[in-house]
Design a protein around this ligand. Sequence first.
Ligand SMILES: CC#CCNS(=O)(=O)c1cc(S(N)(=O)=O)ccc1C(=O)O
Ligand SMILES: [Zn+2]
Length: 262
Amino acid sequence: ACSSRFVLSQMHPMWQEPLEVPGGERQSPIDISIRKSVFDPNLKPLVTRYDPRTCQQIWNNGYSFLVEYDDRTDKSTLHGGPLEDQFRLCQFHFHWGENNNWGSEHTVDRHLYPAELHLVHWNSDKYSLFEEAVMEDNGLAVIGVFMKVGKRHEGLQKLVDALPAVRHKDSVVEFTKFDPSCLLPQNTNEYWTYAGSLTTPPLTEAVTWIIMKQPIEVSHDQLAVFRSLLFTSAEEEVQKSMVNNFRVQQSLKDRTVRSSFN
Ligand SMILES: CC#CCNS(=O)(=O)c1cc(S(N)(=O)=O)ccc1C(=O)O
Ligand SMILES: [Zn+2]
């Protein structure tokens, strides 16, 4: 799987932001201004083909919890949309706040959501390993899905029920047969896309972001279980709850956000 072995500094909740980032011209996350986005009629529908049998485990890496997939073959893939190549799913994870007023990394006209899902894929047409792709400007594609508080999300509940087993940093639990397409909104044809970066170290400018316009609904109680996770490992005497694990927003600089819809 692809998850980073980068150790984030123990600065809680945000690691110490490096002053200079490689390039620094296409950093993420950003605010998506609807009126400044440009409709691109050549953007195609997104095509996701996820095989639940490639789902392997959940890992608390001390920053978020990652659901990791076997990415040694092209069994769970993404193509279409703004992408020229085929990308392989390696993991998905979330960012959330300490309450329902904030938590997402991206915003839409400055609107904050309580949480945001990221499905991380790497370009398996051009590279043979995630670790290679993460250093290339066309190496990764991340689908972002906003989460808002509403009705309980039945598909998410299987994941929520597994979280107590990975409460502490560095804990891992087997997690199988999970189809992440259940976490996508029913309309995946309306999205924004822009050239950006990872929002965690190494912050490399390798990501084509695809942000869904339609949020998914999750219940207050489901989000509360996210907040029961800990940044800290079982040995540490002071336990810190895993909340506000989002990066500060970055300047758009010389970029345009395209929309697949008018
Ligand atoms: C080398 C390397 C690396 C980064 N790994 S990741 O792309 O899976 C990732 C991506 C993102 S995000 N927010 O940029 O999609 C967050 C967290 C992670 C992670 O491993 O923890
Ligand atoms: Zn993320």
